[in-house]
Design a protein around this ligand. Structure first.
Ligand SMILES: Nc1ncnc2c1ncn2[C@@H]1O[C@H](COP(=O)(O)OP(=O)(O)OP(=O)(O)O)[C@@H](O)[C@H]1O
Ligand SMILES: C[C@H](N)[C@H](N)CCCCCC(=O)O
Ligand SMILES: [Mg+2]
Length: 226
């Protein structure tokens, strides 16, 4: 198999890395050579070999790759923890979707499955305003990826999930389904989950409890849809 998907979420800090890294590990447990990719990381620390982002490092570890492959997993690493277009401007660069697409193609050529983690939520800008805006959705379309929506189960997530699902559809991207991610321990969200199930037109692929890593079961469910 040679496939890929884009992991987006209802917001920043709601578990995209938790789910993406778990998916990569789950697929690898199933014998698939899966790797993670964080095309654009804003919020990096300096290291001897360049800027390093903790999401990218988590994906690198889940993928069984070493530091030599850091740049393949995270081609654009920006210091400021901000919207990518602002972090890039601060750093004196403009994010180039063509470069990201080349890096993605290289990774996909070398591995069976690429789990691509987005930055922030769905409608984040990558570049702009001048000479034009480039949104994350433009990159997802260019890479022809289906999306998986991580819903961070906290107050406000019903609205965020509905808006995200609508925006993904309006942007012409196929939404495979969504994953509920329990951000807080001992938080009974059954009625919220039932509401999401009723309102979202795509299937719930899993509900990941707090402290539990997604595993081969979620990986199988996702693989059945791509
Ligand atoms: N199911 C979970 N159980 C325990 N901790 C979790 C779970 N999901 C997420 N977390 C923790 O919540 C925090 C935010 O999660 P994560 O970094 O995956 O969010 P994100 O959506 O990837 O954020 P960003 O927008 O910065 O990429 C992290 O500290 C992570 O370890
Ligand atoms: C810094 C953070 N952890 C993410 N990498 C980027 C989040 C961008 C959010 C932009 C926004 O929607 O306002
Ligand atoms: Mg992340």
């Amino acid at each position: 198999m040679r496939a890929a998907l884009f992991v987006t979420g209802t917001d920043t800090g709601i578990g995209k890395t938790w789910i993406s890294a778990g998916l990569v590990r789950g697929m690898r447990q199933l014998g698939i050579d899966a790797v993670g990719m964080k095309p654009v990381a804003s919020g990096c620390e300096p290291a001897p070999d360049g800027w390093r982002n903790e999401d990218a490092l988590a994906l690198l570890a889940a993928s069984g790759l070493g530091v030599a492959d850091y740049g393949a997993v995270n081609p654009v690493a920006l210091p400021r923890p901000a919207s990518p277009h602002l972090a890039a401007m601060d750093h004196g660069v403009r994010i180039d979707p063509a470069l990201l697409a080349d890096r993605f193609d290289e990774l996909r050529a070398r591995h069976e499955f690429v789990v691509v983690e987005g930055a922030g939520g769905w409608s984040v800008p990558l570049a702009g305003p001048s000479p034009s805006w480039i949104l994350q959705a433009d990159l997802v379309r260019r890479l022809a990826l289906p999306a998986l929506l991580v819903v961070g189960l906290r107050l406000g997530c019903i609205n965020h999930a509905m808006l995200s699902a609508r925006a993904i559809a309006a942007d012409g991207v196929r939404l495979l389904g969504w994953v509920g991610n329990q951000l807080a321990p001992d938080d009974d969200q059954r009625d919220v989950l039932a509401t999401l199930d009723a309102l979202l037109s795509t299937p719930a692929l899993a509900v990941v409890p707090h402290g539990v890593e997604p595993d081969a079961e979620l990986a199988s469910a996702v693989l059945g849809l791509v």
